[in-house]
Design a binder for this molecule. Structure first.
Ligand code: FAD
Length: 468
């Protein structure tokens, strides 16, 4: 392997082939600190051509490689296994915005650009890049594409696949495919772009992308509504869609327990209601007319929902600061759950109309089999996507809960399957759900995925052990 590393150094420069254990550490442990792998080296190319050179060397020496962006993935996709045979290919030096076209409403960016940098670059030209998620200050667009990330604005703008028009990819053989087309219509054969998006680095390396931009809304306004059940939240969704149409950009469900955890661990935060309620919805509209128009729309919606007894209380933020405060409550749920101790996460989706039934049925199954476990249920209700997380009984450290993880997963995932849902709505499969998915996809579907993998990466060097 010394020859391999020495060739890598010649290809990209000594400084960018990291083998020191202390310097490698941050690249080898996943964001939730559940697993630490080993690697021969961390390779940090500075251009697409350098990525291609490194992939060719990996082919020549049969070295597997694990692409990595911000390492914020939640399914153990971005870290190597513990064999120590692989290299981590960090894309973070490919961080240039190559072009902006405000007539075509597109921005061309390199894979290592931080999501927030792209959002800011869009704002600078009075446009919106709508992908938004709590890790936006550290995740990269390459990782967003490789995981087909979702986030809080999918309801209006779609997930990453829908936000991307073109890709530049280094194939598993080290060729450069320059598919950076800013076309909204292109029916010229198989959609290679959609093959690489969501492949979690198992088919090739994404090095750049053309992304869609949108007009900046004139006003964004948020409301928090309180209701008794998830089914009431679904009725509110329907009412909100009638009142707000395409201006409805966010619709997040949060159970009372989620918000109690937030105020427990972040006492500076407060719920804006005198009494607690079993369920809450945070909804956001992005209005193209004015702040007054947005406020009037939300006020009409809230009045209607109160009159129909769909909700029993609501606050409409009257400023950006208040809106931010409401979003802060939502965004602190994963942090508060982590502060509370060990927990088991599920990122699932079911048809939107069945979410209430899914929650009722699954809550009952878990309560019967794992008495006392506490459910932290929140998520992007408008997309049918729930983070259905399980915390241990009050006062327990969580070791017993973690020991039962596969049994708990089985209950939750079988219930998801019962409702025709998906066991990974937005985080991907990585190494964590690679085996679990076989239970829920048909043999034909699995075989098709395996054939694509073998066709594009016959040596199985691209992020082996992940997805398929
Ligand atoms: P990494 O974690 O580095 O990699 C993720 C996967 O992509 C790995 O399989 C990796 O090998 C592959 N990969 C990375 N870069 C490339 C590339 N250039 N070419 C090919 N493959 C590549 N996700 C959501 O969808 N919605 C959310 O709302 C959401 N919220 C989150 C909140 C928090 C607090 C955290 C920590 C994570 C959240 N995530 C969410 C998950 C995560 O942020 C996303 O999956 C993100 O898209 C990963 O980007 P990254 O740059 O960190 O990728």
């Amino acid at each position: 392997m010394n020859d391999f590393l020495s060739d890598c150094r010649s290809a990209i420069g000594e400084h960018y082939v990291v083998t020191d254990h202390t310097d490698m550490a941050g690249y080898l442990t996943d964001w939730r600190r559940r697993f630490t792998g080993k690697a021969l080296a961390i390779l940090k190319p500075g251009s697409t051509e350098e990525v291609a050179l490194l992939v060719k060397l990996c082919n020549q020496y049969r070295v597997p490689l694990v692409p990595q962006g911000g390492n914020t993935g939640l399914v153990l996709g971005s870290v190597p296994d513990d064999s120590g045979n692989a290299v981590v290919l960090s894309l973070t030096r490919l961080n240039h915005i190559r072009a902006t076209d405000i007539i075509n409403n597109t921005i061309t960016v390199e894979a290592g650009c931080i999501l927030q940098t792209i959002q800011n670059a869009a704002t600078d030209v009075d446009r919106l890049f709508p992908l938004s998620l709590a890790a936006e200050g550290s995740c990269t667009i390459g990782g967003n594409l490789a995981t087909n990330a979702g986030g809080t604005a999918v309801l209006r703008y779609g997930n990453m696949r829908e936000l991307c028009l073109g890709l530049e990819v280094v194939t598993a053989q080290g060729e450069i495919w320059s598919g950076l087309r800013g076309l909204r219509k292109d029916n010229t054969g198989f959609d290679l772009r959609d093959l690489y998006i969501g492949a979690e680095g198992t088919l090739g390396i994404i090095t750049a992308a053309v992304l869609k931009l949108f007009p900046q809304p004139k006003a964004r306004l948020t409301a928090l509504a309180a209701m008794h059940t998830p089914n009431a939240a679904l009725k509110l969704l329907s009412l909100a869609q009638s009142h707000c149409g395409a201006t409805l950009t966010g619709f997040e469900l949060m159970s009372d327990f989620c918000l109690q955890l937030v105020v427990k661990h972040y006492p500076q935060m407060r719920l804006p209601f005198p009494q607690s309620s079993p369920q809450y919805v945070l909804l956001e509209i992005s209005d193209n007319e004015s702040a007054e128009h947005a406020e009037a729309t939300l006020e009409r919606l809230v009045t209607d929902a109160l009159e129909q007894e769909v909700i029993h209380d609501a606050v409409v933020a009257s400023s950006m600061a208040q809106s931010k405060g409401l979003w802060n409550l939502r965004e602190h749920i994963p942090l508060a759950q982590a502060d509370e101790g060990k927990n088991i996460k599920h990122d699932v989706s079911v048809p939107i109309s069945l979410i209430g039934e899914f929650i009722t049925r699954t809550d009952a199954l878990l309560a019967a089999q794992f008495p006392g476990c506490r459910l932290v249920t929140f998520g992007h209700l408008g997309d049918g996507n729930l983070h259905y997380n399980v915390s241990p009984p009050e006062g327990e450290a969580g070791d017993a809960l973690i020991a039962s993880q596969s049994d708990i997963n089985r209950v939750v995932h079988d219930s998801v399957d019962h409702f025709g849902g998906s066991i990974s709505a937005e985080h991907g499969l990585g190494a964590m759900k690679r085996d679990e998915i076989r239970r829920y996809k048909s043999d034909v579907e699995m075989r098709l995925m395996e054939r694509i993998k073998t066709a594009l990466d016959p040596l199985n060097l691209m992020n082996p052990g992940k997805v398929v």
